[in-house]
Design a protein around this ligand. Sequence first.
Ligand code: C2E
Ligand code: MG
Ligand code: MG
Ligand code: MG
Length: 296
Amino acid sequence: AAKEEGKDRGSFYEPAMELEQLRLQAMRERIAQALQQSHLQLLFQPIVYIDGLPGLHGVAGMEALLRLNDAGQELVEPAKFMHVLDDPQLARPIGRYVLDEALRCCQSWMRAGISIPVSINISTRHLLHPAFFTDIDAVLDTYPDVMDVGFGIEVTETGPSMDHSRAKVVIEECRRRGIRVGLDDFGTGSASLSHIQQLDIEHIKLDQSFVRDILSDERNMAIAAGVITTARMLAKTVIAEGVEKAEQGDLLASLGCHQLQGFSISRPMPAAAVPGWVAGWVPPASWGNLVNERQS
Ligand code: C2E
Ligand code: MG
Ligand code: MG
Ligand code: MG
């Protein structure tokens, strides 16, 4: 009977699955075309120091976030094309676009008198690609000044791939070039702080899911506190992402988190808006008080 049921279910769900396959394939084509026609775009979201100063000295860096811009004003977010970011054929061309565009923008900020580090998200597919350092070195040659300011990559642990022995070598190669390596979405996957130590990763980004209800959920607050304390003992920097409310930032500051990122600080913005935003950045007074309290 179970077999019969399974059969029925199969024939019932198949058309829906085919439709989903078509939808994924159509988006893949759309991104491939956007690459050809320069219809990809980067937005930048600031990461700020909890104990920083107003203006440039309070801003730790800008993270590049990819958008598809092929339909007029409405930008399409990566949630709609996550599968394409790791596509065997497209991961590298997308990665090359992001590398080149992010460093080009960083250089243009320098010309505007703002020397601010830039970071990008790298798909594991590109990171572990044999030509990854060909792409990295090409872009470092084109924009050599960016390395004086600071360039970082954020990697996400997807499945077992970051356990790959190649990951360690790749991270060492990055560090040798002065590229900062961070682990994104920390706490959602299988990476532990001991992995972080072994892989010589410089900073971790505490995932939004812990930050979202940190004020109401004691368990998430306990996890965040534990991660921050342990990371500090290992001399790793902790960045909290998804800080939507000032009170979340206050709590993270009191727990010893080093840097914050989220809508309460700024939404992602076009590259041209970055110098003005940085010049006008003023950290909330409450963070300073909390940092001082913790230290005394
Ligand atoms: P991520 O690297 O963890 O980036 C954080 C995401 O959270 C961004 O979404 C950002 O816009 C969003 N975010 C920031 N602050 C807040 C907040 O306070 N509240 C909420 N609800 N969300 C916030 P986005 O730009 O849609 O990117 C989603 C993911 O797509 C990224 O997660 C990253 O994994 C991937 N991604 C983005 N750009 C690239 C890229 O250039 N290359 C690759 N390979 N992946 C990228
Ligand atoms: Mg990221
Ligand atoms: Mg993240
Ligand atoms: Mg994320």
